[in-house]
Ligand binder design. Structure first.
Ligand code: SF4
Ligand code: SF4
Length: 85
């Protein structure tokens, strides 16, 4: 796996850096038991979760794979899996 190392010194540049390259694990939105509570969208620190009940997904160009969305989902409708599995 190629790891790019760098430093971002100016604020407001997140759109210019596709931070999804850093990801080791990725969220899988199962679309089975989702109630549309929006917690995954509200808690994602990157603001990359989009959709509505049973259609939520995220922008993998920017998702860092932190797993917070899966942790906060009250009905376990998001699983984390290793990247490339
Ligand atoms: S894994 Fe982290 S960055 Fe990716 S969608 Fe979930 S909360 Fe957002
Ligand atoms: S946290 Fe879970 S139940 Fe709530 S909107 Fe996201 S996927 Fe659906």
């Amino acid at each position: 796996m190629k790891l790019t190392i760098g430093l971002v010194t100016s604020p407001g540049t997140s759109r210019a850096n596709k931070t999804g390259d850093w990801r080791v694990r990725r969220p899988v939105f199962l679309h089975k038991t989702c109630t549309g509570c929006l917690l995954c969208q509200l808690c994602c620190p990157e603001g990359v979760v989009y959709g509505e009940a049973k259609t939520f997904d995220c922008d993998f160009d920017y998702c860092k794979g932190c797993g917070i969305c899966a942790q906060v989902c009250p009905v376990h409708d998001i699983e984390m899996e290793l990247e490339g599995e």
